[in-house]
Design a protein around this ligand. Structure first.
Ligand code: URA
Length: 234
């Protein structure tokens, strides 16, 4: 974040006043005077204004984003691809994604500036269930569904029991919902590939008891107080 915004966010001064303070030499980064208001403050930087260290006392924000395909789950991308940051650019707080979705996966992504909650949710020991709707190629026979439910080898790792429901089967493809709690890299894609039904489209529709529901693709909503309490209880 730019230095002037960082100072303004901390409630020290308006952005314009922050520019002034900076140009006048009243601001230090890691003990050194910094006169450039556009300096990009790094997470580990110590920022001092008039000799006092300032902290970012941001209010906590919790949002549910419906990530479209073709967006990277990071706040910046060195290959200049679209990122989820582009979809939440009107949120002034420094939020970041909780976990990730593949570039080609759409659906529910939680974002917050609550680092403690994000770490807890990401930790496998908390076993937060994630539900996906997958369109896959081929026929999801009863036998294949049961293999997915029991656990499949996805290359050196056997998945834990999963909940799998067949929603629709046509001649060449099927739609199923699958609930897992492990979150290995590309796990759902690898699971369906392991039973010979490669994923064609993948969407996350729930994280625990937080649902994507009718949230439009590319948009976000703030979580309700009740939803935040649910997340904190995991
Ligand atoms: N499993 C996948 O294969 N991709 C995702 O994005 C999430 C889970």
């Amino acid at each position: 974040m730019r230095l002037n915004k960082y100072i303004a966010n901390a409630g020290i001064a308006s952005r314009r006043k922050a520019d002034e303070l900076t140009k006048n030499g009243n601001v230090k980064i890691n003990g050194h005077v910094m006169k450039e208001p556009g300096y990009d403050v790094l997470p580990d930087d110590t920022v001092e204004v008039n000799g006092r260290v300032i902290e970012q006392n941001e209010k906590k924000v919790y949002i549910a984003l419906n990530k479209p395909r073709g967006f990277v789950t990071t706040m910046s991308d060195d290959k200049d691809r679209l990122t989820v940051a582009d979809l939440v650019s009107d949120i002034p707080e420094r939020i970041f994604p909780v976990g990730r979705l593949d570039y080609n996966t759409s659906g529910l992504l939680l974002m917050t500036n609550d680092g403690e909650l994000a770490n807890r949710l990401a930790h496998p020991k908390h076993h937060v269930e994630k539900t996906y709707r997958a369109k896959v190629a081929g026929v999801l026979s009863g036998k294949k569904l049961n293999r997915l439910r029991k656990g499949v080898d996805i290359g050196g790792f056997v998945t834990s029991p999963a909940k799998v429901t067949l929603i629709k089967q046509t001649q060449r493809s099927a739609v199923a919902e699958i609930t897992i709690h492990e979150g290995k890299n590309r796990q759902v894609r690898k699971m369906f590939a392991a039973v010979g039904c490669p994923v064609q489209e993948l969407e996350r529709i729930a994280i625990g008891d937080i649902y994507l529901a009718r949230l439009k693709e590319g948009t976000y909503r703030k979580l309700t107080r009740a939803e935040i309490e649910i997340l904190k209880s995991y």
